[in-house]
Design a protein around this ligand. Structure first.
Ligand code: GDP
Ligand code: GDP
Length: 454
């Protein structure tokens, strides 16, 4: 099994010998009461009690590890998003919209005995637009007599309706086979690995000291280069021992090759940054403290934010700074790096080794924030307070209000706000600032999107 041997050599197999590539994500969406939770339970083999009906309490999005005929996937049940603490109903299309963003494929559950409602039609339009694979589950087909109800759902234009009885298990094997047909092996929405050593990208413009730092951190004799079968495959990662733990520095070949000495350096530098970021969970961006902050420094940091990775900024060559330079550096940071006051900062010297031991704690803090999940209850209680204290300004006689919010994902934290009208950019920034004040998020970008309900 050649693939497996390669993965093994790359350290990408878990303890059971399974590839650690991220499992694809399947969202189960549909109107309330169509049987989503029952269906999820059925797939999980009732391994877990999904339904936890505490009146008035919102169940958070729940994701489960599922498996069918040896294929693993992550199953997301949207059932708990229906109602918030104050009784506001999320429209099913709104739930579906969030779910679809997070999923590689969607199982759309319709109650065949009821048929497609207007709400179902709205979801269908959204699913079509998304371009994601959809498996149509015609549920509550408990016996032969209701088969015709399932067939009627061909009209939705989502392909074959799979007749299922989630309650009795009828047809669930076939529908899972159909799911596996359209599901990618590796998640396209979660571009990172779970498990294994943390993946770090060392970034920064040419000459900031990346290879010097890599050498200092690895200690040339202790480097473990992933030299797969003796080939010089690019890009190569290095597994590094730091603070008693193992880390994977991704795409270090690009650093070692010193591309900045060749023509087209900028282009290759930016390309390297991009590919490294795709593999990394956290980026350490080096900035030359002895030199003026350059546009290229800002650009690399922006690339990290856009990629949604955790971020630490290391001001390198600290040994070359004097008091005057440090004074100007602070001014430049205030002026040019205003968008990242939340990034942990370390002042280091790759040459002398100064403060390099502070790197790991900073990385840890950033990763912890990156993976933080705020419960829907806590989030809405907090938003309720800030909205009451600082309402959105009235515009054209109307006052847009934030009705409800949920954290739609982590790595990085992603929030969706449901609002009664257009929320101005200034107010969004205000909300982000307050979220950061309340919950920290040191070292992670956070994404906030707003859905306006008509
Ligand atoms: P959800 O709100 O979509 O998660 O729906 P639930 O899973 O909570 O199910 C709603 C109701 O439909 C419950 O009373 C279930 O027992 C029932 N139900 C779910 N699946 C089936 C089915 O296949 N056949 C029948 N007859 N009832 C079902
Ligand atoms: P890269 O292009 O980002 O990989 O940068 P290099 O590691 O090749 O470093 C560029 C130059 O800066 C080399 O001459 C290094 O010796 C020097 N350098 C790197 N880090 C430091 C540092 O912390 N202090 C000083 N004084 N020089 C450094």
């Amino acid at each position: 099994d050649e693939d497996r041997a390669l993965l093994d050599a790359e350290g990408l197999l878990d303890e059971d010998g399974q590839p650690m590539a991220p499992a694809p994500v399947v969202a189960v969406v549909g109107r309330p009461n169509v049987g989503k939770s029952t269906f999820v339970n059925r797939i999980l083999g009732r391994r877990e009690a999904v339904v936890e009906d505490v009146p008035g309490v919102t169940r958070d999005r729940v994701a489960y590890d599922a498996e069918w005929t040896g294929h693993r996937f992550t199953l997301v049940d949207t059932g708990g998003w229906a109602v918030d603490a104050t009784g506001i109903h999320l429209r099913v299309a709104e739930q579906a919209e969030i779910a679809v963003e997070l999923a590689d494929a969607v199982m759309f559950v319709v109650d065949a005995t009821v048929g497609a409602t207007d709400d179902d039609e709205a979801v269908v339009r959204l699913l079509r637009r998304s371009g994601k694979p959809v498996v149509l589950v015609a549920n509550k087909v408990d016996d032969q007599r209701t088969e015709a109800d399932a067939a009627a759902l061909w009209n939705l234009g989502l392909g074959q309706p799979w007749a299922v009885s989630a309650l009795h298990g009828r047809g669930s094997g076939d529908v899972l086979d159909a799911l596996l047909e359209v599901l990618p092996d590796v998640s396209q929405v979660t571009a990172y690995q779970r498990g294994g050593p943390r993946r770090v990208a060392l970034l920064g413009r040419p000459n900031v000291g990346k290879s010097s730092m890599l050498n200092k951190l690895t200690g040339t004799d202790r480097v473990v280069v992933d030299d797969v079968a003796g080939t010089t495959r690019d890009p190569v990662d290095e597994v590094v021992e730091l603070a008693g733990r193992t880390w994977r520095f991704v795409d270090t070949a690009g650093i070692r090759r010193r591309v900045h000495q060749t023509r087209g350096a900028d282009f290759y530098a930016s390309l390297r940054t991009q590919t490294a970021l795709e593999k990394a969970e956290v980026a350490v961006v080096l900035v030359d403290a002895s030199d003026r902050i350059a546009e290229q420094d800002v650009r690399v940091i922006q690339q990290v934010i856009d990629a949604g990775r955790a971020l630490v900024i290391a001001y390198n060559k600290w040994d070359l700074t004097d008091e005057e330079r440090r004074h100007f550096l602070e001014r430049e940071i205030e002026r040019d790096l205003v968008q990242v006051p939340w990034a942990p900062r370390v002042n280091v010297s790759a040459r002398t080794g100064r403060h390099l031991e502070r790197l790991v704690p900073a990385i840890d803090r950033a990763l912890e924030s990156w993976e933080t999940r705020i419960s829907t209850g806590r989030l809405n209680a907090f938003l309720g307070e800030i909205v009451a204290a600082h309402p959105h300004p009235v515009r054209g006689g109307k006052q847009p209000r934030i009705l409800f919010a949920t954290q739609a994902g982590t790595r990085p934290p992603r929030f969706v706000l449901f609002a009664s009208g257009f929320i101005e950019a200034g107010y969004r920034r205000f909300v982000e600032r307050r979220l950061r004040e309340e919950f920290g998020f040191e070292g992670t970008p956070i994404e906030i999107s707003v859905r306006v309900r008509e």
